[in-house]
Design a protein around this ligand. Structure first.
Ligand SMILES: [Cu+2]
Length: 179
């Protein structure tokens, strides 16, 4: 290479490298924003968590959305040990009057991968199973079909969140209000 061609060639290489880095950074940022989008779990008068199993990555928020007029609770439990775990999931989601009103929500997130089981203590209760284990069952007075319980899977595997129900990507499900 002649000296006259050397510097333009270096400038070209540096330019391409900078462009590549910028492209990578923009892509990485876009990916992070997409993954950080909340995952929604909805409730209505049927007293169920519509998306009863959802997967998120560590730190990604799960937002419980109450489209029921009545209140629900989120209470963590360990199905194997029967213990109430200290992972900071417990909370209350007040009722929402109906479409057009501000919706009541409750937000959680977890730093560590794992299985985070929960139930609504208003509409379900825990019964003993094998060993020290417990399972959530529907309370006798509760409307609905099954025990109001669910599990959040926190994982670094992107394949699991990709399998979440489509409704978990919408904050409010039109037509789902009821109760
Ligand atoms: Cu409930």
């Amino acid at each position: 290479m002649s000296r006259r061609g050397f510097f333009p060639a270096i400038a070209l290489i540096v330019g391409v490298a900078l462009l590549g880095t910028a492209f990578f950074l923009v892509r990485a940022h876009a990916t992070a924003v997409t993954h950080d989008a909340p995952v929604y779990v909805h409730m209505n008068g049927a007293n169920e968590f519509l998306e009863s199993v959802v997967a998120v990555r560590p730190g990604q928020p799960v937002i419980f959305v109450n489209e029921d007029t009545g209140m629900h609770t989120i209470v963590g439990f360990n199905p194997v040990t029967g213990h109430t775990p200290a992972y900071g999931i417990n909370g209350v989601v007040q009722g929402t009057p109906g479409p057009g009103h501000p919706v009541s929500t409750y937000r959680v997130s977890f730093a560590k991968p794992g299985f985070y089981a929960y139930y609504c203590s208003v509409h379900a209760k825990l019964l003993p199973t094998f060993g020290k284990g417990v399972t959530a069952v529907k309370r006798a007075h509760a409307d609905g079909y099954a025990a109001m319980s669910g599990v959040i899977v926190v994982t670094t595997d992107p394949a699991l969140p990709a399998g979440n129900p489509a409704t978990s990507r919408r904050r409010i499900l039109p037509g789902y209000f009821g109760g």
